[in-house]
Design a protein around this ligand. Structure first.
Ligand SMILES: Nc1nc2c(ncn2[C@@H]2O[C@H](COP(=O)(O)OP(=O)(O)OP(=O)(O)O)[C@@H](O)[C@H]2O)c(=O)[nH]1
Ligand SMILES: [Mg+2]
Ligand SMILES: [Zn+2]
Ligand SMILES: [Zn+2]
Length: 429
């Protein structure tokens, strides 16, 4: 096996923690994580806190903007929205409602009237787009990743993950957590945005960290996960349905099903059978490289990069379902080791996994993907993960239940790239 000698893993040490992106100019405006409109932070309107208990406030009214956005008047009866006062103190997150005279800190997008948490307005979020071909494992991954972040990984990293609106809470429970994690049923194929309106799941991931010579600072990452139907990324026209989301993305997690790679057959455990009856390569539009190429086109439009210039958006490319690989392939490998799990990114481990996945891609005749990523993106990293941790049987999660494996790795890397997580070297071996 010979690997093309591309520059080794691009992994610069964390830069000084400037607001905004490491190495990138701070975004001048806030991007609404719901409708992706760009807005000036100082002009974000407020919503009255309304009546509660003995507090007198404005009565709820039908919020037409919100109803238009959700496509339903249910849940759109809310206290009124009012414009931000012309002059407010810098960074002031409160305003007095002209209707009832009460102060409120609830802010909303002027376009769609969805809530914009103040932490989001203060440190404009990073929108993480999740893409992949049909059946790549996106919905399953979302279900598991969010659960991990709310539980085990959240504790490890000292982060909190809070849904930004009630619909996110409901939808996560109804469409992801309940079927997959409680009832252990596999998730249905995600409907195309052409037939079903799609809404992102919007969370705020908040982390407090102590800088060496500074007081503790709290940093937030808006995690905006849009569960795309793989089908929608097949053609250029339908991709446009997701264009605003893709263009707004500050980072991409790109999921690849190893069973779809031409040369991976030999690496799949004989008993697995998880590949179903699909022949890899029978639909060029669904091939990982073609999907990522269409996403890349969208990003190039937004960033206005010249041909040959690489995009600054970090891309995490993860092989999903690695539980289907032969145990012999995983044993002795970087992928098989567990992370040290001490609230830092283990950089030695990161490099080892990157290199291993890279050599797997080349072995499986998918080296093109690696080459393409290197040409298009200044910063990409390869991962291997399993959301389920085992092969499903008869439409249900395998007997052992959901046992995610390295599912959080791409997000840890992104947190590191965003300056929200430290890296460490030289521990263990
Ligand atoms: N062995 C194994 N199979 C998995 C894993 N995750 C997902 N799968 C399988 O892949 C199938 C598709 O997963 P989904 O999460 O629905 O894929 P998707 O990318 O959302 O698909 P679309 O919604 O059609 O675009 C599941 O029904 C499972 O059979 C995993 O971690 N291990
Ligand atoms: Mg899906
Ligand atoms: Zn909006
Ligand atoms: Zn009021």
């Amino acid at each position: 096996m010979s690997l093309p000698s591309r520059a080794s893993l691009r992994m610069s040490p964390p830069r000084v923690n400037l607001p905004g992106w490491p190495g990138l100019p701070a975004p001048p405006e806030i991007t609404c994580p719901y409708c992706f409109a760009e807005l000036a932070a100082a002009r974000v309107p407020f919503r009255c806190r309304g009546q509660a208990g003995r507090r007198s406030g404005c009565a709820p009214v039908l919020d037409r903007e919100l109803a238009d956005y959700t496509g339903s008047t249910a849940g759109a009866s809310l206290p009124p929205v009012f414009d931000a006062p012309a002059r407010r103190g810098r960074g002031e997150g409160r305003a007095v409602c002209p209707g009832c005279g009460q102060a409120t800190g609830n802010r909303v997008c002027p376009g769609c009237h969805n809530p914009l948490p103040s932490a989001y307005c203060d440190s404009p979020g990073r929108i993480v787009a999740l893409v992949g071909a049909k059946n790549a494992g996106k919905s399953t991954y979302i279900a598991v990743l969010l659960h991990e972040l709310m539980n085990r990984v959240g504790t490890e990293l000292d982060t909190s993950l809070v849904a930004c609106d009630d619909r996110t809470i409901e939808r996560y429970k109804r469409d992801f957590a309940r079927p997959l994690l409680e009832e252990r049923r596999l998730l249905p194929t995600t409907a195309s945005a052409a037939t079903a309106p799609r809404e992102p799941l919007v969370y705020l991931l908040t982390r407090s960290r102590r800088a060496r010579f500074a007081r503790e600072r709290t940093e937030s990452l808006a995690l905006v996960l849009f569960d795309t139907a793989g089908e929608d990324l097949r053609s250029r026209e339908v991709r446009d349905l997701h264009l605003r989301y893709l263009e707004a993305a500050d980072a991409i997690i790109f999921l690849v099903d190893p069973l779809e790679l031409p040369g991976a057959d030999a690496a799949v455990a004989a008993a697995g059978g998880a590949g179903g009856d699909r022949t890899p390569g029978d639909d060029p539009d669904s091939e990982p490289i073609n999907i990522i190429a269409r996403v890349t086109e969208a990003l190039r439009q937004r960033h206005g990069t010249r041909p040959g210039e690489r995009l600054p958006v970090p891309v995490a490319v993860a092989l999903t379902k690695i539980d289907v690989l032969r145990p012999a392939l995983l044993r002795q490998s970087a992928l098989h080791r567990s992370r040290s799990g001490a609230g830092v990114l283990d950089l030695d481990d990161r490099e080892a996994v990157h290199e291993q996945v890279r050599s797997l891609l080349h072995e499986w005749q998918a080296g093109q993907l690696d080459t393409y990523l290197g040409q298009q993106y200044a910063d990409y990293a390869l991962f291997g993960l399993s959301a389920l941790g085992g092969t499903p049987e008869g439409g249900r999660v395998g007997a052992g239940g959901v046992r995610p494996y390295r599912a959080e790795d791409p997000l840890l890397w992104l947190l590191y790239r965003f300056g929200m997580l430290d890296g460490s070297r030289g521990k263990g071996g």
